[in-house]
Design a protein around this ligand. Structure first.
Ligand SMILES: Nc1nc2c(ncn2[C@@H]2O[C@H](COP(=O)(O)OP(=O)(O)OP(=O)(O)O)[C@@H](O)[C@H]2O)c(=O)[nH]1
Length: 469
């Protein structure tokens, strides 16, 4: 089955890569501040957030390694990306060793890894942070382009840990109590979140992230909605706890309100999606109208020279690629200057408008009539050879002769040319123009076909003109 490949918005892809680098810098910077706090024994620097437990020196070192690995992974030189993997291996080992200490109650001396710094430390990093490091380390070690699904699974695991930490903080904040999910401080949850998003954005055209960078409506929606949706769980937890502890609502009632709140939030998201669809659709329509306006002649309502040039280029391309053929008619009102001089410019405009109507009425839907400029028009007749073009010209001459013109009879002269292999736009126009000149010279109110070039075999019923210079 044929599948259309993903098209990515280059500016968005660059934005994702910049976000990834910025998040790596931020994570490294924040973790270095914590390490400096332990070094200088300034506890506000180790907690970073009022009311939060301190981040352990080990955890801070883990984030420096993880952020550094993410930053280096952006470097194109293989030696730097090799170093990035070593750093990630360090993160993985740090997390795994800490978890092992928790699980098997062994002392691997991981808490004293940083020597004197650790000695001033408050202890071992929380279990979720250690689990986060295992996943972040694995993310940095994984060759993402080869295993995008594994990368996504690891990232989702790390995101779940970060979201649990955030939700837990929401509960603690609302209840002014302790956090129910262990000792994961808010800053650690935020740094795990930031590093994970950084890894996801480091390969923006892979796995889950490729949808968010796609140059499609789905991509636009993902970019706008994913982050709010991610943060929603923390907000729900906050509201639930707030209702119970601050407002003193019984648990059942708090559940009812949270259910209402979630319904409202989902409705809000749906409304947001709907208004985005609506906006994009209106923009699409506006651009269609603008494009049409830009290609339309105001006086006659016919396509203008620009639209004609585009259509002619398209037909010539079709001829080159699929060996199709078409004819061009150049069409000029006779003695129009005299008409203008005699009846005025407004009457002249009226004649041009009627000409537009007559042309539209005489043509098949596939044909195109355009105002070439002034009192000159052009007609493109796809799949029509010179004899078919002659029939159309006859129809047009008759339509002009038979029309009840308001001031005086108006006639037209027509030059016709059929495409031949290897034609470019100028060749075809020059031949039709030359035939038009012959029609004028021959007495006007007539159609003349350009002289048949070797490939054109069928003669038309009209006199032949020599090709132009
Ligand atoms: N009313 C009106 N006149 C226009 C417009 N565009 C061009 N014209 C006039 O069309 C006339 C064209 O004159 P010429 O090029 O001398 O051609 P002609 O008088 O039709 O003579 P032949 O083509 O040889 O039959 C000029 O007087 C232009 O001013 C327009 O939009 N409205």
């Amino acid at each position: 089955m044929f599948t259309v490949p993903f098209h990515h918005d280059l500016a968005v892809v660059r934005g994702f890569l910049s976000f990834s680098r910025a998040s790596a810098l931020l994570v490294c910077g924040a973790a270095l501040i914590v390490l400096a706090g332990w070094w200088l024994q300034r506890s506000p620097l180790t907690t970073m957030w009022p009311g939060q437990p301190a981040m352990t020196a080990n955890a801070a070192a883990g984030f420096v390694l993880s952020g550094g690995s993410l930053l280096l992974s952006h470097h194109p030189a293989p030696s730097w990306s090799g170093l990035a993997r070593w750093l990630s291996l360090g993160v993985l080992v740090l997390g795994a060793a800490t978890l092992a200490e928790y699980l098997w109650l062994v002392d691997l001396r991981i808490d004293r890894l940083l020597g004197e710094l650790s000695a001033r430390d408050s202890g071992r990093m929380a279990e979720p942070v250690a689990a986060g490091f295992v996943l972040l380390g694995a993310l940095g070690l994984l060759p993402a382009p080869r295993w995008p699904r594994v990368r996504d699974a690891l990232a989702l695991g790390a995101l779940a840990i970060a979201m649990t930490g955030l939700a837990s903080y929401g509960i603690a904040l609302a209840g002014k109590g302790t956090m129910p999910f262990g000792r994961m401080p808010l800053h650690s949850a935020l740094l795990v979140l930031l590093t994970t998003l950084g890894w996801l954005c480091a390969s923006p055209t892979l796995g889950l992230t490729r949808v968010a960078t796609a140059d499609t409506l789905g991509g636009a929606l993902a970019r706008r909605l994913l982050l709010p949706a991610l943060l929603l769980s923390a907000v729900f937890a906050f509201v639930f706890e707030l209702l119970q502890s601050w407002l003193g609502l019984p648990e059942t009632l708090a559940f009812v309100f949270v259910a209402l709140f979630s319904g409202g939030a989902v409705a809000g998201l749906v409304w947001w999606v709907a208004s985005l669809f609506d906006k994009l659709e209106r923009q699409r329509r506006e651009s269609t109208v603008l494009r049409n306006d830009a290609g339309t002649d105001i006086l006659t309502g016919l396509p203008n020279r620009r639209a004609f040039d585009e259509a002619l280029a398209g037909l010539l391309r079709g001829q080159r690629e699929h060996d199709t053929m078409f004819s061009l008619l150049m069409f000029d009102l006779d003695h129009f200057k005299t008409f203008n001089d005699e009846f005025g410019h407004l009457a002249g405009d009226q004649v041009l408008r009627i000409t537009g109507h007559l042309l539209r009425a005489a043509l098949r839907p596939a044909d195109m009539a355009a105002r070439y400029g002034g009192e000159e028009f052009v007609l493109l007749l796809p799949g029509t050879d010179i004899s078919g073009a002659s029939e159309v010209a006859t129809r047009l001459l008759d339509a002009f002769r038979g029309f009840a013109w308001p001031h005086c009879r108006v006639t037209v002269s027509i030059g016709m040319a059929q495409t031949v292999a290897g034609d470019v736009a100028e060749d075809l126009i020059r031949r039709a123009d030359s035939a038009l000149y012959d029609a004028k010279r021959g007495g006007r109110d007539r159609a003349v076909a350009a002289i048949a070039l070797p490939q054109v075999s069928r003669p038309g019923p009209f006199p032949r003109a020599a090709p132009g210079p």
